[in-house]
Design a binder for this molecule. Structure first.
Ligand code: ADP
Length: 535
């Protein structure tokens, strides 16, 4: 036996912080607002120490949950750093969820303290009476949080807690396998489920984000973080940036396309990312008012399938590489990035092993044709949910992603659907992703979403919900002819619904659950063409 000479050095958030402050002190964090706030990593260090020491003085101990109710800003980053580093657990609440959903999530996580943004006090005031486990609320900024009084909780000013604490970092020795942070899935297809990240998984995932096949985050970058820090850890960018010395540009609450474009121009942003609906809005913005986006080296796009026309428009019109990425809360979240095959969801990153499994539980070949549900596993892929929710989501150590598609011999993942959105017509699968992709490419349409609806003859048929571009309706017959040239004929929908806007989830994805509900309740205007298969 040859013993290793290497130490068993734990991979922890304090390790990331020590590096950030020792080596990248000059990197900065910019929070956009009426007046931008700028702070160097060096100036952040004592604030992060003060937050940890202040929380400790309030009674927060190892393993206790400290929640955030914040947009993307400096204080959120401070909590990202301080809470895990002191041995407590950061829980990012999604400020766009409803009161009952957040009450459920906060209770399930057992949150004791919540850091609330001064611009979210009103919204939080509606939630607070429902938060049974919360004893202390810290309100950022200058506001006094008066709206939160009267519920029998301790309400303090964040800045006063910092001012009253000392600025020396005292990070305990942490087990790398202990909990660092938790995040709930946004519930696009079901009740939110909690994922608890360890220090080790957080560090390894951050290293992956910094690697070349992923985002290649480095000290030469200025990253604009548009993915909410309450959603899937903002794709892991805050920790990756601390690790790599990347300057961060944080938009706070205003995610309008004007603001996004303005920040890219002014801050000379090199890398950013977000969901396809956001990049569609930004595209319309730069078409209307050309802007200098030449500083960008990479724009990641993911969270739902990226339509081909959008990739083309960024390449040809904007001159900026829009690159598709796949991930999920359960995967920390980054799993694959499509640097090589733009139309695919990308190649799985090192550390995320994948396989495709059919309905009968057998693995299907990686031949680019056989379709199965993607299962993944790895050091930053969750192997269970908090409180053992939904054990059926796991298969012998593999996570069932609920995503359905193919893998090719070159390693590229191509998703055709989410298992819960799959349309099975006459026993055969119709890809809603492909139909949406082709419809969205029609010049007369701004958006298109396809859902499966019950059909007496075929069990299920696709319903196309479309948003006309510029208000002028496009006849279903025209769209059917367009599709007939591009997809198998039997995929072409008979049912059409033209709407002014498609409902979106709390994280900006098309809300198919809501569309199915509206359809079931007869709330969607439906045109049926081709007779025969009407509801
Ligand atoms: P939620 O499940 O609430 O939507 P997540 O944000 O974790 O929460 O979503 C993960 C899911 O988003 C994936 O399982 C997948 O269905 C979808 N997704 C993410 N990226 C892509 C992509 N590039 N193409 C298609 N689907 C994607």
């Amino acid at each position: 036996m040859t013993a290793t000479t290497m130490p068993d050095a734990p991979l922890t958030v304090p390790m990331v912080l020590r590096h950030a402050f020792a080596v990248h002190a000059a990197a900065e964090v910019v929070t956009a607002g009426e007046t931008d706030r700028r702070v160097s990593f060096a100036a952040l260090q004592p604030r992060i120490a003060r937050l940890a020491n202040g929380l400790r003085a309030l009674g927060v101990g190892a393993g206790d949950r400290v929640a955030t109710y914040l947009w993307n800003n400096q204080e959120h980053l401070e909590a990202y750093a301080a809470v895990p580093a002191m041995g407590a657990v950061l829980h990012t609440l999604n400020v766009r969820l409803s009161v009952p959903q957040n009450a459920y999530v906060a209770g399930h996580a057992g949150d004791g303290v919540v850091v609330v943004g001064e611009n979210l006090v009103e919204s939080f005031a509606r939630l607070l009476p429902r938060l049974d486990t919360v004893h202390t609320v810290l309100v950022t900024g200058a506001g006094d949080g008066g709206a939160l009084d009267g519920h029998g909780r301790r309400v303090l000013r964040y800045e006063e807690v910092l001012a009253g604490a000392d600025d020396q970092p005292r990070w305990p020795a942490l087990d790398e396998r202990s909990a660092a942070a938790m995040c709930y899935t946004s519930g696009t297809t079901g009740a939110p489920k909690g994922v608890v990240y360890s220090h080790r998984s957080t560090v390894l995932h951050s290293m992956s984000v910094c690697s070349g096949n992923a985002v290649g985050m480095s000290a030469r970058d200025r990253a604009l973080v548009l993915v909410p820090m309450f959603h899937a850890n903002a794709w892991g960018w805050p920790y990756a940036a601390l690790m790599a010395g990347t300057s961060l540009v944080l938009p706070d609450r205003d995610l309008s396309p004007e603001r996004v474009v303005g920040l890219i121009e002014r801050e000379r942003v090199t890398v950013t990312g977000g969901v396809p609906t956001l990049w569609t809005d930004v595209l319309h913005q730069v078409r209307a008012r050309p802007a200098d986006l030449s500083s960008l080296r990479l724009v990641l796009c993911g969270g739902s399938a990226v339509p081909a026309w959008l990739l083309d428009a960024y390449r040809d019109e904007v001159g900026v590489p829009l690159v598709q990425a796949w991930g999920m809360t359960e995967v920390s979240p980054l799993g694959a990035v499509a640097h090589t095959e733009p139309l695919s969801q990308g190649r799985l990153l090192f550390g995320v092993e994948g396989r495709l499994v059919d309905d009968g539980g057998a693995c299907v070949p990686r031949d680019g044709a056989a379709v199965g549900e993607l299962q993944v596993r790895g050091p930053w892929v969750t192997a269970s949910y908090h409180g053992d929710a939904d054990p059926a989501a796991f298969d012998g150590g593999w996570l069932r992603t609920g995503d359905v598609g193919t893998l090719d011999p070159g390693g590229h993942l191509r998703l055709t659907d989410r298992a819960k959105d799959v349309i099975k017509s006459g026993g055969e699968w119709i890809s809603s992703v492909e139909l949406e992709n082709q419809l969205a490419a029609h010049p007369g349409l701004a958006e298109a979403v396809v859902i499966g609806v019950p059909d007496p003859r075929w069990q299920e048929r696709p319903l196309a919900v479309v948003v006309p571009a510029g208000g002028a309706e496009v006849e279903p017959a025209v769209l059917r002819a367009w599709l007939a040239d591009r997809v198998p004929r039997w995929w072409v929908p008979e049912r059409w619904s033209a709407v002014a806007a498609v409902p979106r989830t709390s994280v900006g994805k098309f809300d198919k659950v809501e569309l199915r509900r509206r359809y079931a309740e007869g709330l969607l205007p439906i045109t049926t063409v081709d007779g025969g298969t009407a509801r």
